[in-house]
Design a protein around this ligand. Structure first.
Ligand SMILES: C[S@@+](CC[C@H](N)C(=O)[O-])C[C@H]1O[C@@H](n2cnc3c(N)ncnc32)[C@H](O)[C@@H]1O
Length: 203
């Protein structure tokens, strides 16, 4: 089960300095590409322990953190409490299997979750329906890799993504103004993997 896998890793998720650096690089790329507004409501999908969610919560009015892992959500809530961050709504959910909420958001973000999803185009369409027209999507994930990134690929559905193909999927899901930039590098052994940030506007 996907949630067991992430539940077991939740307590140690923030123990990796490279993961912390990766998220701060992704957030820096997000800030370069999207003019975050203090009155925005955002939704961070596959929020995990909240590395991106908490950074966002300091910059916008309200953030929904959505993840299927209860363990990850517990860690996120503990961190938010410890840091006095009170503008986060948490939701344990899997939008690939459950109905989406009726709320509409100014920004949807998702970092390193898309490669765990069976049908990314369907989820991108879901993200589009969660956004107000003109709302922004920001998705970070691995560029196409050879399957060596995770080691254990049991919960991996895609070995990264091809940027041109993703751009076409975003257009098909109802986005325009698509930009895909390199957000972070991740060293593993002798290899370097790149992580992109795709930003797009809901038509
Ligand atoms: C690689 S982690 C990334 C977590 C966080 N965004 C980060 O950058 O540290 C992927 C996260 O996506 C969540 N996830 C995987 N599949 C999901 C799904 N179908 N619905 C919601 N969350 C999912 C996992 O529970 C996990 O927390």
């Amino acid at each position: 089960m996907m949630n067991d896998y992430f539940d077991q890793r939740a307590r140690n998720w923030d123990g990796s300095p490279t993961r912390l650096a990766q998220t701060s690089d992704i957030f820096a790329a997000l800030e370069r590409q999207v003019a975050l507004q203090p009155d925005w409501t955002a939704l961070d999908y596959g929020s995990g322990s909240g590395l991106l969610t908490l950074a966002l919560a300091r910059r916008v009015a309200h953030v929904w953190a959505v993840d299927l892992s209860v363990g990850m959500m517990e860690v996120l809530m503990e961190k938010a409490r410890a840091e006095g961050i009170a503008n986060i709504t948490t939701l344990v959910a899997d939008f690939t299997r459950e109905p989406l909420p009726d709320e509409r958001f100014d920004l949807v973000t998702s970092a390193l979750a898309l490669h765990h999803i069976d049908d990314p185009p369907a989820l991108l369409r879901g993200f589009r329906s969660l956004l107000q027209p003109g709302g922004m999507l920001a998705v970070a994930d691995l560029d196409t890799e050879d399957g060596s990134f995770h080691g254990d690929n049991h919960h991996v559905r895609h070995f990264g993504f091809d940027r041109d193909e993703l751009a076409a999927r975003l257009t098909g899901a109802g986005f325009d103004g698509i930009k895909i930039t390199t957000a972070a590098h991740r060293e593993r052994g002798e290899r370097t993997y790149t992580i992109f940030l795709a930003t797009a506007r809901a038509v």
